[in-house]
Design a protein around this ligand. Sequence first.
Ligand SMILES: [Zn+2]
Length: 299
Amino acid sequence: MAMTKLGKNCLRWCPACNLPIMDVKTCPVCGGATLETELTPPADSRPAFDYDIEKTRSMCDACFGEGTGKLLLPEGHLAIMNKAPSIDRMEEVFSDGTVVATLRYDLGRGWRFIVRMQGAMRIAAAATKGWVILNPDAEEFIRQNRNLMVPGVKDADPGIKEDDEVLMLSEDRTVVGTGVAKMSGADMRSQDRGIAVKTRWHKPEELISSDKAHTWDDAVQANAAPMGKRVDEAVAFIKKTVSERQDLPAAVSFSGGKDSLACMLLTMDAGIDAVPMFVNTGLELDETRGLRPRFRRQA
Ligand SMILES: [Zn+2]
């Protein structure tokens, strides 16, 4: 059955340039073909800020050892956070054209770092924690999405605790799968039966990576044409809507977030002197309440 798409995923990727490209199938920079991004619908993505990158890297380091975070998200490479549906908050971390990890907030437990196959391939050789080496016979069972049983364990990081995220590796450190430890690493080494790891990701993938670093200014420049088209469409829509309702004053509902800010700026581009409306829910951050924007255009 086809996957249900909740709205269109407009974020594409140029593998040659290693840049995010909106909407268009031909890269405006190099003229090459852009690829669809495999973000979980509704693909509500945004640039990863320094805070997101540092948080992701430090969570990766905590699970798989110092230095793995920087292999997961290389210095100077653009990363994107994609909000995915979950009981609480969940975000996919996208870098160099692929999803490398998921950050999930579990109630009562806190943030959990879930490495994806592409992320696991980036860090496998350097992982000093959270690794499980498989007996060759066990590999095909993991590839069939079966769990790893203790007899399939050749070796394991003794520091693994039950419920930790782990990498399942072949003897040459090829990633066979990722999963959740069902017993400690010490038990995996000493027991002779039971489930060692519940398999999470297991489908073999080609490594997707790029050595091209960029700034967000590069991304904005690359997307000038598709973004300009969107701005023109939105401004035309706002002008038309306001002109059709001349009996009512124009107002922009403003929360302080990225969406309402974009809406406010588009309204200004349309030359409309709209009243910003901010509702203090009582749960606002100080920074949001302190914005007090002056949006009226100067004459
Ligand atoms: Zn390109």
